[in-house]
Design a binder for this molecule. Structure first.
Ligand SMILES: [Zn+2]
Ligand SMILES: [Zn+2]
Length: 439
């Protein structure tokens, strides 16, 4: 199409305005040119420079190339837009870490290896590494200056979004940032484990052990992996080394004890479990396994005690407490707790203790019940109180009253038994003495 004088004039005005930075004026003029001549190469090219929307700019440049495929400015402009879409900022001309110049299309700094762009785990946009928050979606990304920790957090975020390739890449970056930090090594290996990259986890733990052969946790984790892989001998060797280096971590003690139990080494398991419970008396799983060990060692009384403790600690709905109750039911098959420790049993035991006293009082009253004197009745009340306490200390230590008084375990241990039992026996004897003395 021929350039009319009007088109030429408008184009001149538009270009002048664009060069002077008067974008709105330039836009108006150039759009008028295009209305008159939609195949005006110059108008599309200059228009692309004065509009803000990336999409519109791309349309302009595409139109230029449709008119003239060899237009170098349009080609360059589109390349620039492509790079922007990949979020390699044309403005970021120096590495944020070492400040050396970087090519605008680079993903990492050629000088120091610093990553320059990261993918947002939430929206997938490529974001300059300097952004603490994704500018597109607001996802928190962290501060790259934190080094390994930054990549660990990012890797976990990828993992949460099932972006395994990105997670993998980022885990490697984390280790590269701090290959000598024992905690980073552990976190890196743990992430490999989470991704089911067991071989990589094993390799990382092995590298970690080479650097820090005194760190118990690495051996324990390797032990856990070998155990899952049914490499029992290796698992045991690792756990034994872990316990040798640190015998104060209850979970490690428990895990080795589990291996011993599987192999029938009850005495060895017992030692570990008793130590685990000593360190953490509220470790329900240790109590549960300990009770199994005691049961298999024939120590039912201890077994029952620890099953109860396990159930109590784990809470009524837990798997541990259910298992504990099943085992308890096996150990005490005929008498459930509410029968052995209920009111009926308490009454029965108390009455049994009172039988000789009632007989004595009855005989003293010449077998005529209403001849029993008020003093003897008072002695009987005294003796009954004593008998009740005696029964609580000796036979029904976990009846309702004693549990209300002492908690779930009831009258347990020497001091509690003495506290309840001694006054009980004394009152019972005093009452008996008074009745026999024919008061
Ligand atoms: Zn750099
Ligand atoms: Zn985002």
């Amino acid at each position: 199409m021929q350039d009319t004088p009007q088109v030429t004039e408008l184009l001149k005005r538009g270009i002048a305005a664009a060069k002077a930075g008067r974008k709105e004026e330039a836009r108006q003029a150039l759009l008028q040119v295009i209305e008159l001549d939609e195949r005006n190469e110059q108008a599309w090219l200059w228009l692309s420079g004065v509009i803000d929307s990336v999409e519109d700019r791309r349309v302009c440049l595409d139109n230029v190339l449709a008119i003239n495929p060899d237009n170098p400015y349009a080609q360059q402009g589109l390349r620039h837009l492509d790079r922007q879409a990949a979020a390699v900022p044309a403005s970021a001309e120096s590495c944020p870490r070492c400040k050396s110049p970087v090519p605008s299309s680079g993903k990492t700094c050629p000088n120091c290896g610093q990553v320059l762009i990261v993918a947002c785990p939430s929206c997938g946009a490529y974001v300059e590494v300097e952004h603490v928050v994704c500018p597109d979606c607001g996802q928190f990304l962290g501060d790259f200056r934190d080094g390994a920790h930054y990549y660990l957090v990012l890797a976990q975020a990828y993992l949460d979004k099932q972006q395994f390739a990105l997670a993998q890449e980022t885990i490697a970056l984390a280790e590269a940032e701090a290959p000598d930090d024992p905690q980073v090594l552990q976190a890196v290996a743990a992430l490999h484990e989470k991704m089911s990259h067991t071989d990589m986890a094993v390799a990382t733990y092995r590298r970690a052990i080479e650097r820090y052969p005194e760190q118990s946790i690495y051996y324990a984790r390797l032990g856990a992996i070998y155990r899952r892989r049914a490499m029992i001998e290796d698992a045991r060797a690792m756990y034994e080394q872990a316990v040798k280096l640190d015998s104060n971590t209850p979970t490690t003690l428990l895990e080795l004890a589990e291996l011993y139990v599987e192999d029938g080494l009850m005495e060895k398991a017992r030692g570990l479990l008793e130590r685990a419970i000593l360190i953490d008396p509220e470790y329900a799983k240790a109590h549960l396994l300990a009770s199994e060990v005691y049961r298999r060692l024939g120590e039912d009384r201890l077994a029952v005690k620890h099953y109860r403790r396990a159930a109590e600690l784990a809470g009524p709905e837990s798997v541990v407490s259910r298992q504990a109750y099943r085992e308890l039911a096996k150990l005490q098959p005929t008498l459930p707790e509410r029968h052995t420790q209920g009111w009926g049993e308490t009454l029965r035991r108390t009455s049994a203790l009172m039988l000789p006293q009632i007989l004595a009082a009855w005989v003293n009253a010449s077998l005529v019940p209403w001849e029993i004197s008020p003093a003897v009745l008072a002695a009987l009340v005294l003796a009954t109180t004593g008998a009740y306490l005696w029964a609580c200390a000796a036979d029904v230590p976990r009846n309702q009253a004693m549990r209300a008084l002492f908690g779930e375990t009831g009258v347990e241990g020497f001091w509690r038994k003495a506290l309840v039992g001694i006054p009980g026996v004394l009152l019972w004897s005093a009452g008996f003495g008074l009745i026999l003395g024919k008061i």
